[in-house]
Write a protein that binds this ligand. Sequence first.
Ligand SMILES: [Zn+2]
Length: 302
Amino acid sequence: MVDRVSKAEQYFLDKIRQGDQQAWSDFVGRYRGRLLRFARAKLPQRADAEDVIQECFIAFVRSLDRFRGDCDLETYLFALTRRKIIDSYRHREARRVCLLQDTLDSSVEEAPSDPLEQMASPAETASWYARAEEQYDVQKAVLAEALGELIDGFKRALRFRDLQIIELLLYCQLPNKRVAATMNVSEQTVALVKHRSLKQVRDTVERKKVPVGPSSEQFENLLTDVWEYHRFSCPKRSTIGGFLLQTLDDEWQRYVDFHLNVLGCRFCRANLEDLQHETLEQQQQLHARIMESTVGFLSRPT
Ligand SMILES: [Zn+2]
């Protein structure tokens, strides 16, 4: 598996683990804004969202030793934030919360099965990154590699239509019919792209002789799980910046627009909104608050 933590991030982590306050402050500054945007999409009151972000950073600094580095830091922080949002919803006894996307949801009556709904259940809140079953880990690692290859192939060949179809099927778990309507293609086309893509992934997995569960439903659920964890199709923050400035090539500009506005990826919308708004004063206040509440958890330099 590819190491998901970049050298720069690793440098940060090492410093933070040594109790370096400046590194921690820089780290908070780097991620605070996008996490706040992410939280505010579900918690419209700024104060509630800020509570959640503060708790997220506390949870992060306290669990530093357990962070395994097999997903990038942004994804890990989003996962922690999501767990805190779900907690805060639970306190309000709200039952359902969809955090992946809602642009599509809001436009239809029959709600698609939400891959994240299960995360709102008390038993399994965002704990997938901490699951310890070895077999499951191996499956996920192999699937991640296979799925990563498939999606990179789409991107390299600029086959964005196929990428979008697979995204809607696996990342959003929409039924074929809705994917066809969203993409303005026939259901046959959707079925064909799905068949070819899953076959490619299965073939790769079988070459490695890893069992991935007997039913195709289980297989697809696992793929959704892995996709969400690695966010294969999410554009980088710098790409979202490029989208805002309209400096991307046409195909990419259209694809990022789709990802943000049709699929409505919550993580990427949080980045987009963070890049668009936020006053300096608000940033500084939240920053100070996070620092105050987390610095005590940093280990002291020896
Ligand atoms: Zn995304």
